[in-house]
Design a protein around this ligand. Structure first.
Ligand code: C2E
Ligand code: MG
Ligand code: MG
Ligand code: MG
Length: 277
């Protein structure tokens, strides 16, 4: 009967829901100890200058090397970390690890330029980040000007006052600031003008159809012009094709990041590639 089918459907849904919740709880408790057990790893993706394809920096991107599940990408655990507050510890680990790595590369004679680290909104909300960053600079000896912090428009717009204050503190230290995934959120032009920004990163969604989608091309052009008139550097995310690179370079885009140059790779691999060049 329809009633029975309905109940079965409900039970099926309920089981699936319970399964999902159980999975999440398991993941959460595993993530809780992942930092202590040293299971997180950073991969690094080069940022290259359009003018000579030289490396100007790397973005540090976190992965979870789970003992049985293998390498887990950030979209599978960062949202959970953000919901549970674990992002505070994870974010600090990422910051410290990335800064340490740049110092190690420096000591090995590899100047990779600046390292970019992604920041979640919760790290701005707690207000702990500026002090943590100062401590990391002291511990590692890294110059603050070698660090880029990447914030999305939604992170900035969540609490613009708080974000502006944190950003002013970072600016004071000499840390560089980038807006990540630019064009996908709701950012106010008034804030763009007032914030001490250094760089806009054009979201990959506007890059991937260059050559096929005139609207995306128009958006890229507009973002690059806006950035130029505000005195900001532009980075194109997700550059996969030589034709995309040519288009963006002709518009005056400064820096490229994408599979065309390299996927994110472990620190050792990046060093090996860099040394060959
Ligand atoms: P994001 O900050 O926008 O990082 C760029 C993402 O685009 C990376 O994905 C990178 O692998 C991918 N990408 C770069 N070039 C290409 C390309 O040519 N083609 C394609 N298809 N993809 C490309 P990933 O490493 O999976 O990271 C995804 C997101 O996870 C990041 O986006 C960032 O929002 C978040 N994330 C990663 N690490 C951290 C972290 O340490 N803290 C926080 N809060 N978020 C992080
Ligand atoms: Mg980023
Ligand atoms: Mg991005
Ligand atoms: Mg993105």
């Amino acid at each position: 009967s329809a009633k029975k089918a309905g109940r079965n459907r409900f039970e099926f849904f309920n089981d699936r829901l319970a399964e999902g919740m159980h999975e999440n709880l398991m993941l959460e408790s595993a993530l809780r100890v992942a930092v202590e057990r040293d299971e997180l790893v950073l991969h690094y993706q080069p940022l290259v200058c359009f003018s000579d394809i030289g490396m100007v920096g790397v973005e540090a991107l976190v992965r979870w090397q789970h003992p049985t599940m293998g390498l887990i990408p950030p979209y599978k655990f960062i949202p959970l970390a953000e919901e549970t507050g674990l992002i505070g510890d994870i974010g600090l680990w990422v910051l410290r690890e990335a800064c340490q790595q740049v110092v190690k590369w420096d000591k090995a004679g590899l100047n990779i330029g600046c390292v970019s680290v992604n920041i979640s909104v919760q790290q701005i909300e707690t207000g702990l980040l500026p002090k943590q960053a100062k401590e990391v600079f002291q511990e590692t000896g890294l110059a603050p000007s070698r660090l880029f912090l990447e914030l999305t428009e939604s992170t900035i717009m969540q609490d613009p006052e708080k974000a502006a204050n944190a950003m002013a503190e970072f600016k004071e230290m000499g840390v560089k600031l980038a807006v990540d995934d630019f064009g996908t959120g709701y950012s106010s032009m008034a804030y763009l003008k007032r914030l001490p920004l250094d760089r806009l990163k054009i979201d990959r969604s506007f890059i991937k159809d260059i050559g096929q989608d005139a609207n995306d091309e128009a958006i890229c052009k507009a973002i690059i012009q806006l950035a130029k008139s505000l005195g900001l550097e532009t980075v194109a995310e997700g550059v996969e094709e030589e034709s995309h690179a040519e288009f963006l370079k002709a518009l005056g885009c400064d820096v490229a990041q994408g599979y065309l140059y390299s996927k994110p790779v472990p620190a050792l691999e990046l060093a090996a590639k860099w040394q060959k060049k």
